[in-house]
Design a protein around this ligand. Structure first.
Ligand SMILES: Nc1ncnc2c1ncn2[C@@H]1O[C@H](COP(=O)(O)OP(=O)(O)OP(=O)(O)O)[C@@H](O)[C@H]1O
Ligand SMILES: [Mg+2]
Length: 302
């Protein structure tokens, strides 16, 4: 059996069931897959910020992609919530279901390096302004060799932001893009992004409007019905597809078997733009094509 490389991104929004995601990671590992788990933590960040009285703000780019305004106080909250709370909970849960996992952020051995954004353009009250106190960055590199070493040792890497900037200090990066970059570096077979929605919806207010397939627009950007965190997710999906990841699925992290049902066809399968540029670089390594089914699912679990 060819071992699949599966990158699972567990969203941190309220409603996503980390324990179920961990149970599915255990099932994949037991079936022989090499699994990397990436997590966010928006609910935990919001909760901790509320308890400590730190106001959180969002920045909306002129392209309508939403990002966290990571001022110095927010960076402290991000570190405490992701590294101090969410990662510990996930590692404990993975341990309970028999998975040997190692928690990492971008700061560990320089796993994720980013270029600090000098100034951000954001739209506030309809006007484009420049924000200068933001500690966020663009991912420059992610050390796939370190992940391979851990996977070879039979371990499941559990990764989250922040990344480390040129000055050695942490900068926030979007966890979906961390997952996409990890999938790209590992030439993963599958990237599953689990969130608090059934997938990409035609109408974000209507959970019944799931699009089972979504083709990314060729000119970049996202259509009007995709907003906020989902717009960032589709950008990340596009990055993974452009790097040669064959299967990218956005699916419901609230489902009974979130990752297994995503592999069995639930959620939204994201497709690259039809008009790929002719000079699109080929994946550096040959693609594995054997993707064995991990587990049969009964219809009620789909
Ligand atoms: N067209 C759409 N279809 C589905 N969800 C959408 C759409 N437009 C906006 N959204 C919102 O995007 C959210 C997903 O992104 P969000 O960043 O909130 O979650 P996450 O990435 O899973 O969590 P975290 O950021 O903590 O890792 C959905 O819960 C939904 O509210
Ligand atoms: Mg998000």
């Amino acid at each position: 059996m060819t071992q699949r490389v599966v990158v699972v991104k567990c969203g941190g929004a309220a409603g996503i069931d980390e324990a179920r995601v961990c149970r599915d990671v255990a099932a994949l590992v037991a079936a022989g897959d090499r699994v990397v788990l990436v997590h966010g933590g928006s609910a935990a960040i919001g909760d901790l910020a509320g308890r400590l009285g730190v106001p959180l703000r969002e920045l909306v780019s002129p392209g309508e992609v939403t990002a966290r305004h990571t001022d110095p106080a927010t960076m402290e909250i991000v570190l405490l919530a992701l590294l101090g709370k969410v990662k510990g909970e996930i590692l404990a849960e993975l341990g309970r279901v028999g998975v040997r996992a190692v928690g990492l952020s971008g700061l560990d051995a320089g796993l994720i390096r980013a270029r600090r954004k000098k100034a951000l353009r954001a739209v506030i009250d309809g006007r484009t302004v420049v924000v200068r106190d933001d500690h966020s960055g663009r991912i420059a590199s992610l050390d796939g060799g370190l992940l391979t070493t851990l996977l070879d040792a039979g371990l499941v890497p559990v990764i989250s932001p922040p990344a480390v900037a040129e000055d050695g200090r942490p900068v926030n990066v979007n966890a979906d893009r961390v997952a996409a970059r990890a999938a790209a570096e590992l030439r993963a077979d599958v990237l599953i992004m689990l969130t608090a929605a059934p997938g990409v919806l035609a109408d974000p207010a209507d959970e019944g409007s799931l699009l089972t397939d979504f083709r990314l627009p060729g000119e970049g950007g996202t259509p009007g019905h995709v907003k906020g965190g989902m717009a960032a997710k589709l950008i990340a999906a596009g990055e993974a597809l452009a790097a040669g990841v064959e299967l990218v699925v956005i699916a419901d992290g609230r489902a009974e078997r979130p990752a297994l049902s995503a592999l069995a066809g639930a959620g939204t399968r994201v497709h690259p733009p039809v008009d790929l540029p002719a000079d699109r670089p080929a994946p550096a390594a040959p693609r594995r094509r054997t993707v064995p089914p991990t587990q049969e699912l009964s219809p009620r679990n789909r």
